[in-house]
Design a protein around this ligand. Structure first.
Ligand code: ADP
Ligand code: MG
Length: 483
């Protein structure tokens, strides 16, 4: 039996406001427990929520960026449940009338094709507090700093058909909220997190299978692992004659498995009703148009521009524009590199990304500035240094030894392009390697192509990597010719 996977994601993104959605308390991450929860966040008697206008504006920005409808009226509702980190006994959310409805985005699949994923809705809500289980013995601590932090919950259509597609979709939404500057996207701090709804069905069947909802997925890697694991689990159940039950499952990254949290029967009845403390939000056309006019260039448009303006491949453009900071770094580097777009792209996607990953740093904190990288690329282009030496210089720039010019002079790394000097080295090596010369001269041209590497290697060694490789090659071939 061939199975098809069906996935829908619910993404929670924390909106990057300074104060909370319904109170003036600060939202900064990492403060001492319970110093950032005011009377409104605690739900003390007699207090009233006041909607933060910034939050509404950010949600509209998101809606416009994903080609969604912005209804003229949206309504806050109370979602009632009991939990220690929810002092009011209800969460203020939106239910029947969300602020954003019916959007869509395009994602790029591995085979290079494009797929459109529907966005059912996006609604505003407040975050809950946090239970803290470490350091309290048999007790649980409650930290209410996060209570009342604004969230936008983005609900997708069940349009994804593999874990890879789900990750591509999540990355695209991540990229968009960062471009819009409405969310810092920090997954370790929980500012951007996701629940995945997963079901399977026999290939060709129209009806969806029963889904489970996976919670606690706070990295792209975990989303992929958890979905793949869940698909295997559901296939095992169905193939051994069982039935998947609708339930919420918690992903455990340490064990790479999911376990049941609650089934549909145990699910809460949230008794949603419109919050009587808050007026409906009414948004007129002018407001929408005003906000639309402030939207930045978004990833898809930037990608197309990189292809047109810099003649980069779609692949390179996609990678460079996925992260807005990387795109900005690239455009600055080009200015210092006399328009050498392809070289800039290669260095950013190659050596720079590799060290950033290795040292777990953000491109904005790179000790090699775009101007410095541009300067290095200019020196490659004007033949002052070889690409190989450039890697050494890049490492030195990263270590704070100065810009490319300074390092080249200090370490004497200038490439040798003086024909006379190179010829001298070539002659030396030929004299020192009679056996190799004989072998070369008695070989077929194809074989010679391989043997030449030995001589090049010896010469580069003698020149400490500084001889211009093209010149070395050309001279060698001439000198080794027998006719
Ligand atoms: P709930 O409010 O109970 O979470 P929703 O109907 O709002 O349920 O759906 C939540 C998410 O589940 C959406 O992203 C939707 O696309 C997805 N979904 C719904 N049915 C399925 C299914 N059979 N398989 C996979 N995902 C599903
Ligand atoms: Mg849900």
């Amino acid at each position: 039996m061939e199975w098809e996977t069906v996935i829908g994601l619910e993404i929670h993104a924390q909106l990057a406001t300074r104060s909370k959605i319904f109170s003036g308390a600060a939202t900064v991450y990492g403060a001492e427990a319970n110093v950032q929860a005011c009377a409104v966040d605690l739900g003390l008697p007699g207090v009233l929520p006041v909607l933060n206008a910034k939050v509404v504006e950010m949600a509209i920005r998101f809606g416009l960026a994903v080609n969604a409808e912005i209804p003229s009226r949206s309504v806050f509702a109370r979602k009632n449940y009991f939990y220690p980190d929810l002092p009011k006994g209800y969460q203020i959310s939106q239910y029947e009338h969300p602020i954003v409805s019916k959007g869509r985005i395009d994602i790029k699949l591995e085979d290079g094709s494009t797929k459109t994923i529907g966005i059912t809705r996006a609604h505003l809500e407040e975050d809950a507090g946090k239970s803290v289980h470490e350091g309290f013995g048999n007790f649980t601590g409650i930290d209410l700093n996060r209570a009342g932090t604004p969230l936008i919950e983005i609900v997708s259509e069940p349009d994804m058909r593999s874990a890879k597609e789900a990750v591509a979709y999540m990355k695209k939404i991540h990229s968009i909220v960062r471009y819009l500057e409405i969310c810092d996207g920090n997954m370790q701090e929980g500012s951007f997190r996701c629940d995945a709804n997963v079901s399977i069905r026999p290939k060709g069947q129209k009806e969806f299978g029963t889904r489970s909802e996976l919670k606690n997925l706070n990295s792209f890697k975990f989303v992929e692992l958890a979905i793949n694991h869940e698909v295997e689990r559901q296939i095992d159940i169905l193939e051994s004659g069982g039935k998947v039950i609708q339930e919420t499952r918690l992903y455990d990254p340490n064990k790479n498995e999911t376990r049941s949290m609650r089934s549909k029967e145990e699910a809460n009845d949230y008794r949603y009703f419109p919050d009587p403390d808050l007026l409906p939000v009414e948004i007129d056309k002018e407001t929408i148009e005003r906000i639309r006019s402030t939207l930045p260039e978004l990833p898809d448009a930037k990608k197309q521009r990189f292809m047109d303006e810099y003649r980069l491949s779609e692949y390179d453009s996609e990678i460079l524009t996925a992260n807005k900071d990387m795109a900005a770094y690239f455009e600055k580097a080009i200015q210092s590199a006399d328009g050498e777009a392809k070289l800039c792209a290669n260095w950013i996607m190659g050596d720079l990304s590799a060290v950033l990953n290795r040292e777990n740093r953000d491109i904005m904190e790179s000790p090699v500035t775009p101007e410095m990288l541009g300067g290095l690329i200019l020196r490659i282009k004007d033949n002052t240094i070889s690409s190989k030496i450039a890697k050494e210089i890049f490492e030195a720039m990263w270590d704070g030894e100065g810009d490319a010019g300074t390092i080249i002079e200090k370490k004497g790394l200038r490439q040798v392009t003086d024909a006379g000097a190179i010829e001298k080295l070539v002659d030396e090596v030929i004299v020192e390697s009679p056996a190799q010369v004989e072998q070369y001269q008695n070989s077929t041209p194809e074989k010679q192509g391989k043997l030449i590497g030995y001589f090049v290697g010896q010469i580069m060694k003698k020149s400490q990597g500084k001889a211009n490789p093209e010149q070395v090659n050309e001279l060698l071939i001439n000198k080794l010719k027998t006719d």
